[in-house]
Design a protein. Structure first.
Length: 112
């Protein structure tokens, strides 16, 4: 019985575009995944980074991408550089290196 079913299926010719459409379908699914999942996540991360940089001000405690925790000493809106103080060192760096804003020294001093 099963051999008869297999033989009857073997006699049928594949439909138009059968196996040749499979790679195109896979590419279409990958492009759709990229557009729906990856692009919105990148846009959201970029928007969050811009908001984080706009919230920087003198006295803000920050964590850099290299893990340095410090306080912003000087900052100019027109330049892409800032100076932070960490313990006894002053470090000049790009604003884009800030990965996290922890708050400000004024709020911690008021809480103590």
């Amino acid at each position: 019985m099963t051999s008869w079913l297999l033989l009857s299926q073997a006699d049928q010719a594949p439909g138009p575009g059968g196996a040749s459409m499979l790679p195109m379908l896979m590419i279409a699914v990958m492009v759709l995944f990229f557009v729906i999942v990856i692009l919105p996540a990148n846009r959201r991360q970029k928007r969050e980074q811009e908001e984080r940089l706009k919230s920087l001000k003198r006295g803000s405690k920050v964590v850099t991408t290299s893990g340095i925790i410090g306080t912003v000493v000087s900052l100019k809106d027109t330049e892409d550089e800032m100076v932070i103080r960490s313990e006894d060192a002053r470090i000049k760096m790009k604003k884009s290196m800030v990965s996290q804003v922890l708050g400000s020294d004024e709020t911690e001093a008021a809480g103590k």
